[in-house]
Design a protein around this ligand. Structure first.
Ligand code: NDP
Length: 285
C-alpha cells in the first residue's frame, strides 16, 4: 500500500510546536515579528501575502505588512528594507516576488539583512547552505526535508533524483539532501533520458512546473515521491509534476497535490522567523 504523505497534518504538527515556542518567547518578553512587503497588485501575490499574515496571527507572530503601489521606485523599496533591517520588532523580512520591472530583484534580496532573511534567498544564506552550515534555509526545500524526516525516511546512502534546478527549490533541496548523505542527481531541461534518471531514484523530488510530466511508469517500484509542482489545469484543478494515479501504483510513499508540500512552505517561513527571534535572545546573553 502506498503511503500518502499528509503535508497538512505534518504542517499542523510543526505549527503547534511553533505556537508553543512563541509562548515561551513571550514569557521572556519577546514576540517574533515578520515583515512582509508586497509591491503592486499581482493577484496571486496578494493571496500568498494574506495567507502568510493569517498564518502568523494563528501562531502569535507579529505580522507587519507593507503594501506598496506598483509604481514604487527601487530606492523607496530599499529605504523600507533598511528601516526594517534596523527595527528590533522584526526578526524576519520577506519581499514577495515577483517585483515590478523597474526594481532589480537581486539588489533587493541582497539588501535584506542576512540575519533577517526569512526566505533564505540572500547570497550569504545560500553560501551557508552550500558549505553545510545553514542559517536561514529556503522554505519550500526546507519543508520537503522536514516532511521526509517526519515520515521516517532516512536519506543516508540513498539515490536522490531532483528534477528542476531553480534557486528556490531544485538547487537548495539537492544541497540539503547531500548534507543528509544522499547521492544526488540534479536533472533539468537539457538532461538526456530523463526517464532513465528518474528510474534510478530511491527518492524522487520533482520541481519542474509542468503538469504530470513525470510518468508513473518511470518510477522505480518502492521509491518515495515528493512532488513540489503546483500546476493549475483548466479552471480550478491543481496537479503536480508527477502523474499521480500511475505513480501511486509504484511508489512506497508519495505527496499529493494539493495537500503535500504546499502547506509546508508557509510553515517553514513561520519556523524561520521564530528561530531568528530565538537567536536574538541568545545573542543578548
Ligand atoms: P522554475 O521554473 O524556476 O524551474 C523549473 C525547473 O524545471 C528548471 O530548472 C527547468 O530546467 C526544469 N524543467 C523544465 N522543463 C523541464 C523538462 N521538460 N524536463 C526536465 N526539467 C525541466 O520553477 P520553480 O523551481 O520555481 O518551481 C517548480 C514547481 O514547484 C512549480 O510548479 C511551482 O509552482 C512549484 N512550487 C511550489 C511551491 C510550494 O510551496 N509548494 C513553492 C515553489 C514552487 P532549466 O533550468 O534547464 O530551464
Amino acid at each position: 500500500m502506498t503511503q500518502i504523505i499528509d503535508g497538512k497534518a505534518i504542517a499542523a504538527k510543526i505549527r503547534s510546536e511553533i505556537a508553543n515556542d512563541v509562548k515561551t518567547l513571550a514569557s521572556r518578553g519577546i514576540q517574533p515579528g515578520l515583515a512582509v512587503v508586497l509591491v503592486g497588485e499581482d493577484p496571486a501575490s496578494k493571496v500568498y501575502v494574506s495567507m502568510k499574515e493569517k498564518a502568523c496571527q494563528a501562531v502569535g507572530i507579529f505580522s507587519d505588512e507593507h503594501k506598496l503601489p506598483a509604481e514604487t521606485s527601487e530606492a523607496e523599496l530599499l529605504a523600507l528594507i533598511d528601516k526594517l533591517n534596523h527595527d528590533p520588532r522584526i526578526h524576519g523580512i520577506l519581499v514577495q516576488l515577483p517585483l515590478p520591472k523597474q526594481i532589480d530583484t537581486e539588489k533587493v534580496l541582497e539588501a535584506i539583512s542576512p540575519s533577517k532573511d526569512a526566505d533564505g534567498f540572500h547570497p550569504y544564506n545560500v553560501g551557508r547552505l552550500m558549505i553545510g552550515k545553514p542559517l536561514f534555509q529556503p522554505c519550500t526545500p526546507y519543508g520537503v526535508m522536514i516532511m521526509l524526516k517526519e515520515t521516517g525516511i532516512d536519506l543516508k546512502g540513498k539515490e536522490v533524483v531532483v528534477v528542476g534546478r531553480s534557486n528556490i527549490v531544485g538547487k537548495p533541496v539537492a544541497l540539503m539532501c547531500l548534507q543528509q548523505h544522499a547521492t544526488v542527481t540534479i536533472c533539468h531541461s537539457r538532461t538526456r533520458d530523463l526517464a532513465a534518471k528518474v528510474g534510478q531514484a530511491d527518492i524522487l523530488i520533482a520541481a519542474v512546473g509542468v503538469p504530470e510530466m513525470i510518468k508513473g511508469a518511470w518510477i522505480k517500484p518502492g521509491a518515495v515521491v515528493i512532488d513540489v509542482g503546483v500546476n493549475r489545469v483548466g479552471d480550478k484543478k491543481l496537479v503536480g509534476d508527477v502523474e499521480y494515479a500511475a505513480a501511486c501504483e509504484r511508489a512506497s510513499a508519495i505527496t499529493p497535490v494539493p495537500g503535500g508540500v504546499g502547506p509546508m512552505t508557509i510553515t517553514m517561513l513561520l519556523y524561520n522567523t521564530v528561530e531568528s527571534a530565538k537567536r536574538t535572545v541568545h545573542s543578548e546573553k
